[in-house]
Design a protein. Structure first.
Length: 123
């Protein structure tokens, strides 16, 4: 029973910290609820918003243009073009097939899920 006074001190200290945390959370919620929506904030701080946008625009305008070296390889255009055409045709055929078989696939998946759910509930 020698630890009893220390235990009561710890409990009081814990209660004090709980009240502090609750007050902090309450303050955060109040601050979040007071926050103005975007358009109202822009109307209120219009000079700052326009000034910031102008400054960013000026900085972007002063950036040097990106002029990298371009490497052109002859003879690869046909192979790449054929791959692109073939890929687009495959994707188009897949979309048409999935559009046609969507009701059947939906029914099949629904039956599978319901059957699985029925076995899980029946346990």
């Amino acid at each position: 029973m020698a630890d009893d006074p220390r235990k009561s001190e710890l409990i009081a200290e814990l209660e004090q910290y709980r009240h502090q945390v609750a007050a902090n959370v309450h303050g955060l919620r109040a601050r979040r609820e007071r926050k103005e929506p975007g358009p109202q904030r822009l109307r209120r701080y219009r000079p700052w918003a326009l000034g910031g946008a102008g400054l960013i625009g000026l900085l972007l305008a002063k950036l040097p243009p990106r002029r990298g070296t371009k490497v052109i390889v002859k003879g690869r255009k046909d192979a790449t073009e054929k791959k692109v055409v073939r890929g687009s045709l495959i994707l188009m055929a897949a979309k048409i097939a999935l559009d046609l078989f969507r009701p059947m696939l939906t029914r099949w998946v629904t039956q599978r899920v319901l059957g699985y759910a029925a076995t899980r509930v029946g346990r």
